[in-house]
Design a protein around this ligand. Structure first.
Ligand code: ZN
Length: 335
């Protein structure tokens, strides 16, 4: 099937399914997609590695989670990232209480409804980060959480799509940009503690010295799994319609970038504004764009493994995100 035919058919299908719901904006173009050269094999190998059983599901504050963070730091250095304030990582502690504590660090006798007798616990996690210097002091902060659900009932929750996919995409994006001049500093943050309530993103933003110069957060979470349609969404344009222009006309010859999942009044589509770490930036009035896929059959299950991701979809999704960053880097400075 030709690409153009495929697009027409795809759009027709979408219209039939959702009855003129224009929140799904299919980006159509007859133009050739921009060629983005990345090392796809390395990208997939990195995903395989971070979602391997040896990292035991990367539970926040676990020994395996810490090993994952060290591994990410090495990959950030290898990708050419510079340290931030002399460092590539920052540990922090957080106190989990009542239900949140019971969910992630259950005590033996499980209370049914009443969590008031669950003692607090204070645990330590940490973010990994690095940056590429731009031509101005303004920052685009690209985040992806690396923690996941650990081991539950003896099963490892590998979290290949959530969110080894977003995390290792950071290395590929960094390598793509490391020898290309950008207007903005590109700040890469592999964030811990998303699953317990975005505590890592919260800590990062509170302590980041260049916070006032952040013009945009780009958050990646779940970008490798597409069971049906090749749909990658970018969420956030409902809140930041001025960011639409640089995202128009982005596609590869395999997948489409759709806009949506950000309108609280849309009853047919989940609003993702608060679904992951970008919510911390949103609450701090910093514009965000979130790239991800809808929840799928393996979401938050032990079957979210490398075997169930879609390799081709993932490679194309990373290329689309790189195009978006290239366009957005130009956008703010032109304003
Ligand atoms: Zn999750």
């Amino acid at each position: 099937m030709s690409y153009f035919f495929y697009l027409l058919q795809y759009q027709l299908l979408k219209h039939l399914q959702i009855e003129k719901n224009w929140v799904f904006t299919v980006i159509l173009s007859c133009k050739e997609p921009k060629v983005i050269e990345i090392d796809s094999k390395e990208l997939l190998n990195n995903l395989k590695e971070l979602s391997d059983d040896s990292f035991e599901g990367r539970l926040f504050s676990s020994e395996a989670g810490k090993r994952a963070r060290k591994n990410i730091v090495e990959n950030f250095k290898n990708a050419g990232l510079q340290p931030i304030n002399g460092s590539y990582e920052d540990e922090f502690s957080t106190t989990l209480r009542e239900k949140q504590r019971q969910l992630f660090f259950p005590i033996k006798k499980k209370p049914l409804d009443d969590y008031s007798n669950v003692p607090d616990t204070t645990v330590v996690g940490g973010n990994a980060f690095g940056m590429l210097n731009g031509e101005t002091s303004k920052d685009i902060v690209i985040t992806a959480h690396f923690d996941h659900l650990g081991i539950r009932d003896g099963k490892i929750y590998n979290g290949a799509d959530e969110n080894a996919s977003g995390t290792v995409a950071l290395y590929t994006i960094a390598k793509y940009f490391r020898n290309k001049p950008t207007k903005h500093n590109l700040v890469f943050v592999a964030v811990d503690g998303e699953e317990v309530g975005s505590v890592g993103a919260d800590y990062f933003l509170k302590n980041y010295t260049n916070k006032n110069n952040i013009v945009l957060n780009i958050n990646l979470a779940m970008i490798s799994h597409s069971d049906y349609d090749p749909e990658l969404f970018v969420s956030g344009l409902y809140h930041y319609p001025e960011l639409r222009d640089p995202l128009e006309d982005i596609h590869t010859d395999k997948i489409l970038l759709l806009f949506g999942h950000d309108d609280p009044n849309n009853k047919e589509q989940a609003d993702w504004t608060f679904s992951s770490d970008h919510r911390v930036f949103y609450r701090n009035k910093i514009p965000h764009l979130y790239f991800g896929v809808p929840d799928h059959k393996d979401y938050h299950r032990s079957t979210d493994t490398y075997a169930t991701i879609n390799e081709e979809f993932y490679i194309e999704a990373v290329k689309i995100i790189i195009q978006a960053i290239e366009n957005l880097d130009q956008h703010f400075i032109d304003d």
